[in-house]
Design a protein around this ligand. Structure first.
Ligand code: SF4
Length: 352
């Protein structure tokens, strides 16, 4: 029955989607890869980007976090605007097209501090795509400054933010969310903020943090809530399953997901999320080797060169210094795929 549905590429219910985990990895891979190939052939997208994490001082206390200085990171910092602009200047020499700015929830920096830095970047480099502020940060700023989500979003747009990253979604199940990141933006609020953003004609990404204490049911529930919103708004351009990093945090996870479980989750995401075009294997959290393998299981995007990353590397990911462009292109080619540089909204820029 499920095979027939997969053959016909029919939309799956919760129960059917969950039953995909019972299939063997290669059967799942076959169907996920078929969909990927129909849309993207052997192309794999990436962008030349720079991640900037301006502060790690946070009023929230997520159990899985290794980045915030209020967790296990004994290194509080806040970058000045000059430092951020200098970072952008330096990165432009490496031909970045996007700057990706996400932070902890620092009550001392202030809304103006965020908006001013976006504006300064945009004024100086109008061609640069600014991807900034997760729904969790928007919720934090809205609460802190007693402004509606709509007001924050309007200010973001006026300050030059082009698109929203997908962070802060974690896992949508309310009970689980209370345990791993109680106090942060709720699932409903996260979805609502993205809906408001999409209603402005803007695009965003969606993430899912998995491989910690969630079950397979929680992952399917998470994907289906995204699928429902996407039916309404069509504003998500990529889904990004983030593999939980286990070091330096308070979640104390004993069992780590196997490579097989991670690849199954990618393949299932490709099959279930029939309305979100791009599936990103964010190599920072899955490791580059598994991300390359995920290309055979539905993933068509490997994010980018990143250059520097502080959030996941604090929890054990091998990503602190990103990856040089030549190496990035080469590993994709060596894995049998065609690297295609894209812009932030998935226009194709250059074939390698
Ligand atoms: S995950 Fe983000 S919001 Fe949660 S404690 Fe860490 S920095 Fe703060």
């Amino acid at each position: 029955m499920i095979i027939e549905k997969l053959e016909n590429q029919e939309r799956l219910s919760f129960k059917e989607a969950l039953s995909l985990y019972d299939l063997d990895l290669f059967t799942l891979g076959k169907y996920a890869n078929k969909i990927r190939t129909q849309i993207f052939e052997r192309k794999t997208y990436f962008n030349i980007n720079r991640h900037i994490n301006p502060t790690n001082i946070c009023k929230d206390v997520c159990q899985f976090c290794a980045y915030s200085s209020s967790r296990k990171n004994p290194n509080p910092y806040t970058m000045s605007h000059e430092e951020i602009l200098q970072t952008v200047d330096d990165s432009l020499k490496k031909e970045i097209k996007e700057v990706h700015i996400v932070s902890a929830h620092n009550p001392d920096t202030g809304l103006k501090w965020y908006l001013d830095v976006f504006k300064k970047i945009k004024d100086k480099y109008p061609q640069l795509h600014v991807k900034a502020l997760t729904a969790a940060e928007i919720h934090f700023l809205s609460t802190e400054y007693n402004l509606s989500y709509e007001e924050i979003i309007q200010k973001m747009i006026e300050s030059g933010v082009d698109s929203m990253p997908g962070g802060g979604a974690e896992i949508f199940d309310e009970e689980l969310r209370k345990r791993i990141c109680g106090g942060k933006v709720s699932s409903q609020q996260w979805l609502h903020i993205h809906k408001l953003w999409h209603n402005k004609g803007k695009q965003s990404n969606a993430t899912m943090l998995f491989g910690h204490i969630e079950t397979r049911e929680h992952r399917i529930d998470h994907m289906l809530r995204l699928r429902d919103l996407q039916d309404e708004t069509h504003g998500f351009n990529a889904f990004i399953p983030l593999v939980y990093q286990k070091e330096n945090n308070f979640l104390n996870v004993k069992e780590y997901p196997t490579g097989q479980e991670i690849l199954k989750t990618f393949a299932i995401a490709r099959i279930v999320l029939d309305n979100i075009p791009n599936l990103k294997a964010y190599w920072v959290t899955s490791s580059i080797k598994l991300a390359l393998l995920a290309q055979e299981f539905g993933a068509n995007d490997l994010d980018g060169t990143i250059q520097k990353e502080s959030i996941n590397s604090a929890a054990g990911a091998n990503s602190a210094n990103g990856m040089p462009l030549e190496q990035f292109v080469q590993v994709i080619q060596n894995s049998g795929f065609t690297p295609v540089e894209r812009d932030s909204v998935y226009n194709e820029l250059k074939f390698y």
